[in-house]
Every structure is written in structure tokens, then in C-alpha cells.
Design a protein around this ligand. Structure first.
Ligand SMILES: Cc1cc2nc3c(=O)[nH]c(=O)nc-3n(C[C@H](O)[C@H](O)[C@H](O)COP(=O)(O)OP(=O)(O)OC[C@H]3O[C@@H](n4cnc5c(N)ncnc54)[C@H](O)[C@@H]3O)c2cc1C
Length: 362
């Protein structure tokens, strides 16, 4: 049996554990210092902007396309395996257009996606109002609708992935922090081999080590003497409750405009977010701006009672493109699956597929 140790029980580590668990010859351990989804994942809104994103070619589009396709089978597969419910909004994403430039870019995007086999619709303001009467804003010039994009509850998905992985034999360990590694030089070249993972409570042998520690991947790779720079980028969001659901109850897509997401949760509840802050301290004014912007799109949100506000830190790689999915330099058995920045929930399935290929488990 090949021993795999995955560090981190966020969406990325949990997705890798679950996707690898289908390979019978692997002995898999996932180690999380706290509980599942306790890092960036626990703060995420779970908006999966694939077809509606401006990424149209190369790795960035491939990752999105592969993830969207996997999500369509994954959720029902996990729900039937675990008996857990995973809130998954299949009604698509509506992007609000505020400038003529937006509308011009979308014309091109619709054509490109069509050739790629994905369907986007351009809506006039009249069509937008017909579908989403809650949107009341004179500045909106039109909208782009992607019925194949999705939104998922990140924490509940991560928990279901962990349950599913455990059912399939993965050893999921919580409350243990990876502190160090046993590193052996290889004779024939400059490479090293990581043979053991040391936690505050024990030692685990490893043939492969997967670093999916979110912002702490920087510390982990520093312990391996190959620092990968990951910058924390703070994000804040709000949970609002209205007396009733806005607009057409039967059609509740995610709405997004000016980088502000309005995520319907059912029963008049919404997540609104998220700020993008390059500082350690959450700025209350920025959260207020996000709320005001959402209210400017859907004035009914003004009546919302704030259930809670929260913040989290996104793992943004410095000096290289997000995400970082590749072998760690100068090691023959350490793989990085980190630095997903603003799209970790979206890109987790495609990340797991790549890791699976890298360890030859396909
Ligand atoms: C406000 C906000 C909104 C967001 N919205 C979206 C969205 O709509 N869509 C989207 O796709 N993405 C979104 N994101 C981004 C997304 O949350 C991240 O990209 C994603 O969660 C990264 O997942 P991860 O598993 O790599 O990291 P994390 O979730 O941070 O998981 C890493 C885990 O590793 C553990 N760990 C670290 N070091 C050790 C160690 N030494 N030993 C053991 N365990 C360790 C940590 O405890 C942590 O649980 C959002 C983020 C924020 C903050």
C-alpha cells in the first residue's frame, strides 16, 4: 500500500482525500490541526463562477470547466454515500452589468462559451426585471445569466467529503498539528525525500505528502526548507434575514455585481459578501460598503436583520498564479495543493484530479 499523508482539512484537503479514497492501493491519512473547514473554507460563500468567469483558455479555464463538471455528479454521490444534505444551488448565477464595457465583453464571452459547449444568456434590463424583480437599480444596463454555474455550502460540503472519505477508509485525524518533517537526501541528485510527518502527538510514515494547509502552507513549506510564499487576504461577509424571500421564490440564482455576491439560502436568508482586504485587521467601512452595494442592487435587503458577520483569510500565492498545484521544488514526493485564493471551493475538484494524476492513482 502506498502511504499518502494530506495536511489540512479545508475544502482542498478534504476533496483530495475523498477523490483518492476510490483507489484501493492507497493508505490515506488526513491531518487537520483544528476541525474541518476551520480555515478559509469556513468563511467562504461557495459561489462557483465557472462559465460566467472571464477565463476562457489555458489552465485557468480547464480547472474551472473540470470542476464544474465534477460538481454535477459529486453532490448527489456524496449525499447518497453519507446521508448528509449539502445545500447546492442549481439555479445559476446572474451577473449585473454596470458599464457598456461589461456588455461588450459579455457579447464576446457568450460566443466563446458557445464554441466550448457552455450556454450563457445576455439579458436586457427588461428581461432581468422579469426574472429577478428584486433588482431595482437605474445604473444596471443588462445582465449575463449562466444557468450552469452553481453555489454550494462550503462547510457542509467539506464535512460530507470528510465523512465520505472516512467511509471509504481514509484515516481522518483532527486536533493534531503538523510540526515538522523527517527529510532524507537522495543520493543521485539534489532532491530530498520526506519520509515522515511529525505532529504534536505522533509520527506518520509517508510515501507521498500533500500540502493543502491554506495560508499555513507557507509555514509548512518553510519547515521543508522550500518556502512557498502565501499571502493572507482578508474577506468579510454578512448573513442577513428578511421577513420573506425576495423576488420570484421559484427562481433564486446567486446575483453578483461589482464584485459583491448576494447568495440566497432560502426562507428569506442571504449571505452578502465579500470584501477583499490586504490588511490583517477587518475594516468595518469596507463591510458596510459591500452591504450598501447589495442594497443598491436589491433595495429590499435594507429590511434585513443581521444574523452574523464574519471574516476569513484567503490564501493568495505571491509571485505565481493561483492555485499552486505542483511538486515542491527539490522533493521527489511532496505535492502542493494550495494558494487557491478566491476560488478554492470552485477549483477543489479539478485540484484533486490533478493530484490524483501526479501520484499515479488514476
Ligand atoms: C469571505 C470569503 C469568501 C470566499 N468566497 C468564495 C467563493 O464564493 N467561492 C470560492 O471558490 N472560494 C471562496 N473563497 C476562497 C476559499 O475560501 C479558499 O480559496 C479555500 O477555502 C481554500 O481552501 P484550503 O483548503 O486550501 O484552505 P483552508 O480552508 O484554509 O484549509 C487549510 C486547513 O489546513 C489546516 N492546517 C494548516 N496548517 C496545519 C498544520 N500544520 N497541521 C494540521 N493542519 C493544518 C488549517 O487548520 C485549515 O483547516 C472565499 C474566502 C473568503 C475568506
Amino acid at each position: 500500500m502506498t502511504k499518502i499523508v494530506i495536511i489540512g482539512g479545508g475544502i482542498v484537503g478534504a476533496m483530495i482525500a475523498y477523490e483518492l479514497s476510490t483507489s484501493a492501493h492507497l493508505d490515506i491519512t488526513l491531518i487537520e490541526q483544528h476541525q474541518s473547514a476551520s480555515g478559509s473554507t469556513g468563511a467562504a460563500l461557495g459561489v462557483l463562477m465557472g462559465a460566467i468567469s472571464q477565463k476562457v483558455k489555458g489552465r485557468a479555464w480547464k480547472l474551472r470547466e473540470n470542476s464544474l463538471k465534477r460538481y454535477e455528479t459529486l453532490i448527489s454521490e456524496l449525499e447518497s454515500l453519507t446521508g448528509q444534505t449539502i445545500p447546492y444551488n442549481r439555479q445559476g448565477i446572474v451577473m449585473l452589468g454596470l458599464t457598456q464595457d461589461d456588455l461588450d465583453k459579455w457579447q464576446t464571452l457568450v460566443k466563446i462559451r458557445h464554441t466550448q459547449g457552455w450556454h450563457l444568456e445576455l439579458w436586457t434590463t427588461e428581461e432581468l426585471l422579469k426574472h429577478c424583480p428584486q433588482v431595482q437599480n437605474d445604473q444596471i444596463l443588462g445582465a449575463l445569466y449562466s444557468k450552469s454555474d452553481r453555489q454550494v455550502h462550503p462547510t457542509l460540503l467539506t464535512q460530507a467529503l470528510i465523512t465520505g472519505a472516512s467511509i471509504k477508509g481514509v484515516n481522518c485525524i483532527f486536533g493534531q498539528k503538523v510540526q515538522n518533517f523527517t527529510i532524507k537526501p537522495l543520493n543521485n541528485d539534489n532532491n530530498s525525500h520526506c519520509s515522515q510527518i511529525q505532529t504534536d502527538r505522533g509520527i506518520f510514515d509517508a510515501d507521498w505528502v500533500i500540502v493543502s494547509g491554506g495560508i499555513d502552507s507557507k509555514l509548512l513549506t518553510t519547515s521543508l526548507a522550500q518556502t512557498v510564499d502565501i499571502q493572507p487576504v482578508l474577506g468579510q461577509a454578512i448573513h442577513l434575514k428578511l421577513p420573506q424571500t425576495m423576488g420570484n421564490v421559484a427562481f433564486q440564482p446567486v446575483m453578483t455585481g461589482d464584485d459583491v455576491h448576494i447568495v440566497p439560502l432560502g426562507s428569506g436568508e442571504y449571505w452578502i459578501g465579500a470584501t477583499v482586504e490586504f490588511s490583517d485587521e477587518a475594516n468595518a467601512n469596507l463591510l458596510e460598503w459591500v452591504k450598501e452595494q447589495a442594497i443598491a442592487f436589491c433595495p429590499e435587503l435594507k429590511k434585513g436583520e443581521i444574523i452574523k458577520t464574519w471574516s476569513g483569510k484567503r490564501p493568495r500565492p505571491v509571485g505565481q498564479a493561483a492555485p499552486v498545484i505542483k511538486p515542491l521544488d527539490f522533493y521527489d514526493n511532496v505535492l502542493l495543493a494550495t494558494g487557491h485564493y478566491r476560488n478554492g471551493v470552485l477549483l477543489a475538484p479539478a485540484t484533486a484530479q490533478i493530484i490524483k494524476e501526479m501520484i499515479g492513482a488514476i
